[in-house]
Design a protein around this ligand. Structure first.
Ligand SMILES: C[S@@+](CC[C@H](N)C(=O)[O-])C[C@H]1O[C@@H](n2cnc3c(N)ncnc32)[C@H](O)[C@@H]1O
Length: 446
């Protein structure tokens, strides 16, 4: 018997027996939202042998199914981020969040953060990570946790520049993140429509995205830019693996600091896993500087993980089912069915942990998109806590950079592409250049 079939059959059998036994013993149904403890969860309660074995078998099947279904890379990342489970739990207890929530369970994150003198975004990141795993529930400093723990005022990148061996190791780990979603990124995005174009890969790291794309788009040219310390390695990679494209002038590697005006005029500017390393203000600066030499029709592709909130769709009305996906070639996400969280729960753990990591290292975040994923402006954590701020959202950053969003494509491997263009500008009679949104191009970020 096929392993998947066997596990499914055992799981079904175990759940059926569990339900049967609950009813035979007049026990209430199981519920993850009940406010009262279920008798089965009481260590003093001794269930029947059948109920004990049914629960043991069901949990065993779930574990085996998880081993069977989970991609090894995700498991490795999950394991290496496991430290954040304890760290987040520790923060929730040691900062007093749990105590405050026990007294005032319906407190907003903003209010909770105010009471504890913490930053609301940080509180929210920790709470979201814990909520993703079915638990619940951070520290206000302008400095990042990385700077505090290393007793330095250097950013991670400045620290890495001074430690080349660590920089190389760090770049390799980023490479593995890119490699995990590379196939989906190449397959699920309509790159062919962009052939014959010139691309700038801003902060292109070791250059693997551009190298791969240069194989697909034979008439396109790619300029990979990064810090001088990284570019040395990128040049070696290109020479070793893609010498032909380099000789044809289709793969160029050069140093460029993306906080300086972009000198290259190109059709497409790509930012893969760049902006999630920077604060909102820095993201706006990077995008604006990158647009310095861009023609009006240039595209800016932001390639990132865009999280969903961990709550549920109260309507329980999925608009598509797995049956609709039979034979489907072009990817689109499935709306989660009843009792599956909008972010698919544990599936979001790796990226949710990356959000905690980004906060610790860069005071940055994995950012949400209110308009695309129809998020309300306030998020609720298991009915206990309400988070109402919009600072994590892409729309705000893109708008402030003088751009607008043309589209967003969700790809397999949990990665999305946000397609942006610059807002048209027009010159007034008085010779001043205004953005189409009626502002003079200035905003809160200046
Ligand atoms: C998370 S990595 C992403 C690399 C690459 N885009 C990818 O997807 O594999 C971030 C990159 O930004 C680069 N970076 C950091 N600060 C930079 C700056 N001021 N100018 C240009 N690149 C920078 C880093 O060296 C690193 O290669």
């Amino acid at each position: 018997m096929d392993e998947l079939d066997a596990l499914q059959a055992s799981l079904n059998g175990a759940l059926d027996a569990l339900r049967d036994e609950l009813s035979a013993q007049n026990l209430p149904p199981l519920s993850s939202t009940a406010t009262e403890q279920h008798p089965l969860d009481d260590p003093a309660y001794l269930g029947s042998p059948r109920i004990f074995e049914a629960r043991r078998l069901a949990l065993g099947c779930i574990g085996q199914l998880r081993n069977l279904l989970q991609v090894p890379y995700e498991k490795v990342v999950e394991q290496s981020f496991a430290v954040y489970d304890t760290a987040c739990m520790n923060i929730a207890v040691s900062t007093g969040m749990i105590d405050v929530l026990a007294e005032s369970p319906a407190l907003s994150v903003v209010e909770l953060a105010k009471r504890l003198d913490l930053h609301p975004i940080k509180v929210a990141t920790v709470l979201r990570y814990l909520a993703t795993q079915g638990w619940l529930i951070e520290h206000e400093y302008n400095k990042t946790a990385f700077q505090l723990s290393h007793n330095t005022s250097l950013s991670l990148f400045d620290h890495l520049k001074a430690h080349p061996a660590e920089f190389e190791q760090w770049s390799k780990s980023v490479r593995s993140l890119g490699a995990a979603s590379q196939k989906a990124l190449i397959n699920d995005y309509p790159w062919a429509s962009l052939d014959s174009k010139t691309f700038v890969d801003c902060g292109g790291g070791h250059g693997y995205l551009s190298m791969l794309l240069s194989q697909e788009l034979k008439n396109s040219k790619f300029i990979i830019q990064d810090l001088p310390e990284v570019v040395r390695m990128t040049k070696k990679n290109v020479e070793r693996e893609y010498l032909d494209q380099q000789k044809e002038g289709r793969l160029i590697v050069e140093p460029h600091d993306f906080f300086q005006p972009q000198p290259r005029k190109a059709d497409v500017y790509m930012f893969r896993y760049i902006l999630h390393n920077w604060s909102n203000d820095d993201c706006v600066t990077i995008l604006k500087k990158s647009a310095s030499a861009a023609p009006p029709e240039a595209k800016f592709l932001i390639i990132e993980y865009i999280p969903h909130r961990s709550g549920f769709d109260p309507s329980h009305a999925p608009r598509s089912t797995l049956d609709d996906f039979r034979g489907l070639q072009d990817y689109r996400p499935l709306e989660p069915p009843a009792f599956i969280p909008l972010n698919y729960g544990v599936n979001a753990k790796m990226h949710s942990a990356l959000g905690v990591h980004m906060m610790g290292v860069f005071n940055a975040a994995e950012r949400y998109m209110a308009s695309v994923f129809h998020l309300p402006l306030s998020y609720e954590f298991e009915s206990l806590i309400t988070l109402s701020h919009s600072q994590e959202e892409w729309e705000e950053i893109i708008e402030a950079a003088g751009m607008h969003i043309e589209g967003v494509r969700a790809l397999r491997a949990n990665v999305s592409v946000i397609e942006c263009v610059m807002k048209p500008v027009h010159v007034n009679g008085n010779g001043r250049v205004n953005g189409m949104n009626g502002t003079n191009g200035t905003n809160g970020y200046h």
